[in-house]
Design a protein around this ligand. Structure first.
Ligand SMILES: [Zn+2]
Length: 701
């Protein structure tokens, strides 16, 4: 590990954050250097501070401490991520014998300069009690490998000599702040404090010194681990990465279905989204015979427990290639049931007299040798956080074993952390949206209607899979949709709905990335304008191929995944006003849509036993969705206008005037109808909902 300090960059930060003052600007700079390295901190872990002088509203200059606020990640922190607090009153708290967690939060909040600022880190008092100006706190992997050991002091001494002082494990809060401050007073010349089974603190009077002490000490720990443990990476080969990837697409929906529990959303399912990891490195670590035992031995640092629980679900002896889906499901079901039971027993063992309710007993991380590891969460982002932590955990446990024996915190300490009210605040308590925990696939997502549907599904809380053959259009759609879902919540795939293989691979990829699909919107379509007598066979076939076979192939694969998940789901077909109200010179289109519509009704009958609803939307004349013009109308508009004796520019107005409400229909209008039908509150299947402003000739009948 090397220092990434650059004078030039530091000056750039000073200039950029001149308003915040030099010290806070440099604080932001080195906090970001630390945050960018996932072997130092991950996902909201770690915290930094700086002590500065600040003027009060009365003009008095006093000492203040700016400490990382909750909700900020070090890798993207800005000056407002370091709320300023009056330092002296915080220091005075050291005189207390005890301070409850809730009162500690209250005491820190009272000292904020800005009453609207986020809560300062739960380790704020620890920063306040230390005298140095800059303080950096990390949960560095290499430090955790040294300290999650039966005799960590010996290893820490062997690695660092007297360069650090050792703080025994104490749960974060007032007590740890006091113990750490006392330790530092006994050893004022050390470069850092090693907190056993927790992490590292370094400090200095300038930003660079404190940062580089972190880097130096972690570098030393890494070298020590390499010297003692040997540089050999993992002993056994992990198996075939291609086979693992194939198996992940098969396993995803089965696992996701089994992890869904009853209750929650209106359709009765509380789902999870998965994030799969199957690199060669991960497969090799999972294949190590010691892995199962190591998996039982607890997390690296206490704040991981909130994301991963104390232990993952380990699924041994899994020959995915040679057993059927049913056999996979049976094995997984038994393993998940055992996990739930063990979690409930763990809760009972540790809850004591406390009046708290158990969290759900579901695993957050599933390890499957030969296939990879799966993180679970409400969104792909949450699942990816669990998976990131799980990947580091596998690596660090293996490294710890090479220099000794990996040993995590005691179960009771882990339980305290898992049910610590201040940690739970990190998880947020927002009300879930109607399609939260659902994955939705939209075909033809680059077009005006497709993008409108995707945006509305995203706004309703779904994770999105956007497919199309227009890759440029997909990129533009992703930009708009990912602004709602976040980067990880939106997957784009080139998928040709007329190709069996392309559709199968598309669904496989959705299963690999999210663990499955719950809402499928067959929407890709083309049109052709010509009178029956003049229509060429090839043109007719082409329209049928995309519109009818496209729906067929999409629904067939959807049915496969939905059956595998066994948690219901919804298909919403973007049909057409033409099904009930056909027009001249539009035979191929009208016939293909009518056939697709009928196929939807058959699917409604066939999939009802699985709890899958299939409904149709008959939209009319969607010319655009915001900036996205309808490719279909651009292609056929001039011909359609000619058929109706209009100039091309008059067409949109013609359609607006002919509906009862006199409204223009947008892609978002169609999207809202999709959300309504896909939404879990609608107990109907085989139904048709027109979205056309009211066209009497096309009333469903
Ligand atoms: Zn910490």
């Amino acid at each position: 590990m090397k220092s990434l300090w650059s004078d030039e960059e530091s000056r750039r930060f000073e200039a950029h954050h001149a308003d915040a003052g030099r010290e806070l600007a440099l604080r932001v700079y080195t906090a970001r250097l630390i945050g960018a390295d996932t072997t130092l901190v991950m996902h909201g872990g770690g915290n930094c501070s700086v002590k500065i002088r600040r003027r009060t509203i009365l003009g008095d200059e006093i000492e203040a401490i700016c400490v990382k606020g909750s909700g900020w990640d070090l890798d993207s922190i800005e000056p407002p991520g370091f709320p300023a607090l009056e330092l002296e009153p915080l220091r005075a708290l050291r005189r207390l014998d005890r301070l409850s967690d809730e009162e500690m939060v209250n005491q820190t909040r009272r000292r904020l300069f800005d009453s609207q600022a986020p809560n300062p880190s739960v380790e704020a008092l620890l920063h306040a009690f230390m005298p140095q100006r800059f303080i950096d706190h990390t949960h560095a992997d290499a430090i955790l490998a040294l300290t999650n050991q039966p005799d960590p002091e010996a290893l820490v001494r062997a690695a660092f000599g007297d360069r650090v002082a050792i703080v025994p494990y104490v749960m974060p809060g007032f007590e740890l702040a006091r113990v750490a401050a006392e330790c530092l007073e006994r050893h004022p010349d050390v470069e850092g404090l090693v907190l056993l089974k927790h992490g590292l603190f370094t400090f200095g009077d300038d930003a660079r010194t404190s940062y580089e002490r972190t880097i130096d000490l972690v570098d030393r720990a890494e070298r020590f681990l390499a010297e003692r443990g040997g540089n050999r990476s993992v002993p056994s080969p992990g198996g075939d990465a291609v086979a693992a990837s194939r198996a992940s697409a098969r396993l995803g929906p089965i696992l996701r279905g089994l992890l869904a529990t009853r209750g929650g959303a209106a359709d009765g399912w509380r789902r999870v989204v998965l994030d799969w990891r199957g690199s060669a490195d991960v497969l090799a670590l999972l294949a190590d015979p010691a892995c199962e035992d190591l998996a039982r031995r607890g997390p690296l640092t206490p704040d991981h427990v909130i994301r991963t629980k104390a232990t993952p679900l380990f699924m041994p002896g899994f020959e995915a290639e040679s057993i059927s889906d049913e056999q996979i499901a049976t094995k997984l079901e038994a393993a998940i049931a055992a996990y739930r039971e063990a979690y409930q027993a763990y809760f009972k063992r540790n809850v004591g007299e406390r009046a708290i309710e158990s969290h759900d007993p579901e695993p957050r991380v599933i390890l499957v040798p030969g296939v990879g590891l799966f993180g679970t969460g409400r969104t792909r982002k949450d699942a990816a956080i669990a998976a990131d932590i799980a990947e580091h955990t596998l690596r660090i446990k293996a490294a710890a074993e090479r220099v000794g024996r990996y040993e995590a915190l005691a179960e009771a300490d882990l339980f305290d952390m898992e049910y610590w009210s201040l940690e739970l605040a990190k998880l947020g308590r927002e009300v879930e949206k109607p399609l939260a925990r659902c994955v939705a696939m939209v075909t033809g997502a680059a077009g005006a209607i497709g993008v409108g549907i995707a945006l509305e599904l995203a706004q309703a809380g779904a994770q999105l899979v956007l497919t199309d053959v227009d890759e440029g259009g997909l990129d533009r759609a992703r930009e708009r949709v990912a602004a709602v879902t976040g980067r990880l919540g939106c997957l784009t795939l080139r998928m040709d709905v007329t190709s069996e293989e392309s559709v199968r691979l598309g669904f496989d990829e959705a299963c690999r990335v999210f663990g499955g699909v719950d809402v499928v919107v067959p929407n890709a379509g083309i049109a052709h304008v010509s009178a029956l007598a003049d229509t060429e066979d090839a043109a007719f076939r082409r329209v049928l191929d995309v519109n009818l076979r496209g729906y067929f192939l999409t629904m067939r694969e959807a049915a496969r995944v939905l059956r595998s998940q066994a948690t219901g789901g919804s298909i919403v077909i973007n049909s057409s006003k033409n099904v009930f109200g056909p027009g001249a010179d539009f035979g191929a289109y009208s016939a293909s849509k009518a056939a697709g519509h009928q196929l939807g009704k058959v699917a409604a009958i066939e999939l009802a036993p699985l709890g899958v609803r299939v409904n149709m939307i008959n939209a009319d004349a969607v010319f655009a969705e915001g900036e996205t013009a309808s490719g279909l109308w651009q292609a056929i508009g001039p011909d359609r206008a000619r058929s109706k004796g209009l100039a091309p520019g008059e067409l949109e107005e013609h359609y607006r005037q002919r509906n009862l409400l006199g409204v223009r229909i947008s892609g978002r209008d169609v999207g809202r109808a999709v959300v309504f039908l896909a939404g879990t509150a609608v107990r109907t299947t085989g139904a048709t909902l027109p979205v056309d402003g009211g066209v009497v000739a096309a009333f469903p009948r």
